[in-house]
Write a protein that binds this ligand. Structure first.
Ligand SMILES: [Mn+2]
Length: 330
């Protein structure tokens, strides 16, 4: 019997009126986990409010329960308890939540190793590929039957957070739970079509412009490496009539090139300002690299913001990688 959820199950059993929340700028795991848990608690007769500060991206609007999510909490409290999923810090739950009167006991269910345990009950499992896995475990521990609607949400959570089962986080447990969710009614092909093969043409128009900026650069020397850069400007967004979030993930095209160790996307965010996204698949620690520019992230995925023209910002980053590589030579 999985004892990690004992206290969380107890809170769910005792209370009646719950709030379920996740982080700002929600992606597949945040949304799938939030909706999966919301539907699970509703299925055992609880009164559940699901809250996200930011809108649900269009691509996830099909998920069961998505239309019931609210984006403001004025007068919604007090609650018997709040369940927070996929969120490492309380302030990332959004302003509406932070200002809420009466969240009740906070149950914090997450898989980020950096979670600061802001709840009264904290179930933090860094080995889990997605918070969706933990909501699955919670349902099992609470004896809640996984309906096809819950399954669809949790499958999306695991599928998106493992990069479609490509990342090192795609453990046997992730596959086993995803498999069980399919058994419970999640339809992989339907979900793949809706999440990955349902993209607006504007995104591809933007991508065509961004790919034309591709630059593959050899960083020579004993600790040498190969990097690839892409750039997206405000003018490109205008020409493609694309929204800002449509460039999300483009940096992976740079990392995906044969022999390239670090992929970089320079994204114009204002006058003489660029956001720099870095993705590594080798020994270069991009979190360490971006830290010197006031940024941060994980070893394989990090970012920072720099002032200057595109040429200046690019030169600064290349110089930093060159210095890093010569410091790390064997
Ligand atoms: Mn997650």
């Amino acid at each position: 019997m999985d004892g990690r959820f004992d206290e969380a199950v107890e809170v769910a059993r005792k209370g009646k009126k719950f709030l379920v929340v996740s982080h700002v700028s929600p992606e597949g795991d945040a949304i799938g986990s939030l909706l999966g848990l919301t539907l699970a608690l509703r299925s055992i007769g609880k009164d559940v409010t699901a809250y996200l500060e930011d809108p649900i991206p269009e691509v996830f609007a099909f998920l069961p329960g998505a239309s019931t999510v609210v984006h403001a909490l004025d007068g919604a409290g007090p609650f018997d308890a709040t369940f927070a999923v996929d969120c490492g810090q309380k302030d990332r739950l959004g302003r509406g939540f932070v200002e809420l009167n009466g969240p009740g006991h906070i149950v914090n269910i997450d898989h980020h190793a950096t979670n600061d345990c802001f709840g009264e009950v904290n179930v933090i499992v860094p080995d889990a590929s997605a918070a969706g896995e933990l909501v699955y475990d919670f349902c099992k521990a609470a004896g809640i039957a996984i309906t096809p609607e819950i399954a669809e949400n949790l499958y999306v959570a695991i599928h998106t957070d493992t990069g479609s089962f490509r990342y090192s986080s795609a453990t046997a447990d992730a596959f086993i739970k995803a498999g069980d969710l399919v058994r419970c009614g999640a339809e992989p092909w339907k979900i793949a079509r809706l999440v990955y093969e349902n993209l607006p043409a504007r995104k591809f128009k933007l991508l065509a412009m961004v790919l034309s900026t591709l630059d593959v650069i050899d960083i020579e020397g004993p600790g040498g490496t190969k990097i690839a850069t892409l750039a997206v400007t405000l003018d490109m967004f205008r020409k493609a009539e694309a929204e800002k979030d449509m460039a999300d993930g483009f940096v992976n095209y740079a990392r995906g090139i044969e022999g390239v160790q670090v992929g970089i996307l320079f994204r114009e965010s204002g006058p003489q300002t660029y956001k720099v996204s870095m993705r590594s698949k080798g020994e270069v620690d991009v979190a360490e690299l971006t830290k010197s520019f006031g940024g941060g992230g994980h070893r394989n995925a990090a970012g920072c913001s720099l002032k200057g023209s595109l040429e200046e910002v690019k030169a600064t980053i290349i110089k930093a990688i060159r210095a890093d590589r010569s410091a790390h030579r064997v």
